[in-house]
Design a protein around this ligand. Structure first.
Ligand SMILES: Cc1ncc(COP(=O)(O)O)c(C=O)c1O
Length: 393
């Protein structure tokens, strides 16, 4: 094993899923829907496989998908991108992030990100020889601290990586926060990289504002997203990056020798999916809001301190008063004794201690699964009745 990977443990998701299987637990851990994607996208994939799309796609991706992404960014966010050289199709958002680091970082370059963050960010930066500088957001409001952020900037800072809506905390960045981040990027000539895979899963009148849409930002921002969460196709791994041609060219040079291209017919199906009308998005967000509200009530009934979730399909619980140890101990107890799997938050942090009182639950599960989880949680957290029979003398 090379030094590069020796210190990297199997991800927390793999470990918790194995534990969930072993104890036949209801899995509210890993963030993938256990229900089928909409019929129209599955039909589009079948049609594409039947059609002439079964050989290598162009390295930059199928043109219809790049066109569909450009149209959607124009219609939803008033952002213009040229499908020819300002959009790159990748194997999920994960490859877009990895190719970004490979394509834009020199060894020793620094990347600012916001903890707690998705677990692929740090390894992707390290593979490229980069260094992570994290700004820790703290519950319950997870607000950015502009002074702390400013202090992270050094002459080696090259990128700022932002995830909104943010996994695992369900935070949606406000316009005011985005303006501060944009000003910092402009002041220090940083490239912004945004991971917007949960852009369509927003609650309570929250609005998705791409950082690229702020004045002066499109020319310095790479916007990354994917089909996975919006269309419940996490297994397809169809993602993309949109940005200035010279940045896209840097990603492409890395990507061409990582995967060269992704699954050709699924890109064609993706082009069709992105043409869906606004009603689909309204229903998607409303459906997840109902699941969120259900799980919030269940967890509150267990006397757990549930933190607000404004977007994504996750919510965080502060377990500091639950009396079951730290996040890892709590999750182990939950899976073994209660039969429900969740994810300890410490692996989402550069400094794991920051997450020791936090646990992430997902609600992207079918109703019978959520109801079964509710039953188990109710039983697991029930206060044992005090035996009032024989008085003790
Ligand atoms: C914030 C974030 N980014 C990226 C991904 C991965 O996206 P994809 O499946 O398109 O690679 C995930 C998946 O959970 C995620 O939560």
């Amino acid at each position: 094993m090379a030094h590069r990977v020796a210190a990297m443990q199997p991800t927390i998701f793999t470990a918790m899923t194995e534990l969930a299987l072993k104890h036949q637990a209801v899995n509210l851990g890993q963030g993938f829907p256990d229900f089928d994607p909409p019929d129209f996208i599955r039909e589009a994939a079948i049609e594409a496989v039947r059609g002439p799309y079964n050989q290598y796609a162009p390295g930059v991706g199928q043109l219809p998908l790049r066109q569909a992404i450009a149209t959607r960014m124009k219609n939803r966010y008033a952002l213009s991108y040229k499908p020819q050289d300002e959009i790159l199709i990748t194997v999920g958002a994960t490859e877009a992030l990895a190719a970004t680091m490979m394509g834009l970082l020199d060894p020793g370059d620094e990347v600012i990100l916001f903890d707690p963050c998705f677990d692929s960010y740090r390894p992707a930066i390290e593979f490229a020889g980069g260094r992570t500088r994290s700004s820790v957001l703290r519950p319950p409001h997870w607000q950015i601290d502009p002074a702390a952020l400013e202090a992270l900037v050094s002459p080696r800072t090259r990128l700022l990586l932002l995830n909104s809506p943010q996994n695992p905390i369900g935070k949606v960045y406000s316009r005011a926060e985005l303006e501060r981040i944009a000003a910092l990027c402009i002041r220090h000539d940083l490239i912004a990289v945004t991971d917007e895979v949960y852009e369509a899963i927003l609650f309570d009148d929250q609005q998705h504002i791409p950082l690229a849409s702020l004045p002066g930002m499109q020319e310095r921002t790479l916007t990354i997203s994917s089909l996975a969460k919006t269309f419940s196709v996490t297994g397809w791994k169809v993602g993309w990056a949109a940005g200035p041609a010279e940045l896209i060219e840097a990603l492409l040079r890395a990507k061409q020798f990582i995967t060269f291209c992704g699954a050709a017919p699924l890109q064609i199906a993706g082009a069709e999916a992105l043409g869906i009308g606004d009603e689909f998005y309204t229903e998607l967000a409303d459906d997840y809001r109902q699941r969120r509200d259900f799980l919030v009530e269940v967890l509150k009934d267990c006397a757990l301190n549930v933190l607000p979730s404004q977007g994504t399909y996750y919510l965080m619980v502060d377990i500091s008063t639950a009396g079951r140890g730290d996040d890892v101990e709590f999750c182990r107890w939950l899976v073994e004794e209660v039969g429900v799997a969740a994810i300890p938050a410490s692996p989402f942090y550069t400094n794991p201690v920051e997450g020791k009182n936090l646990v992430r639950f997902t609600f992207c599960k079918s109703w019978p699964v959520l109801e079964e989880a509710a039953q188990r949680l109710k039983q697991g957290f029930a206060v044992p009745e005090i035996n009032s029979g024989t008085p003790i003398n």
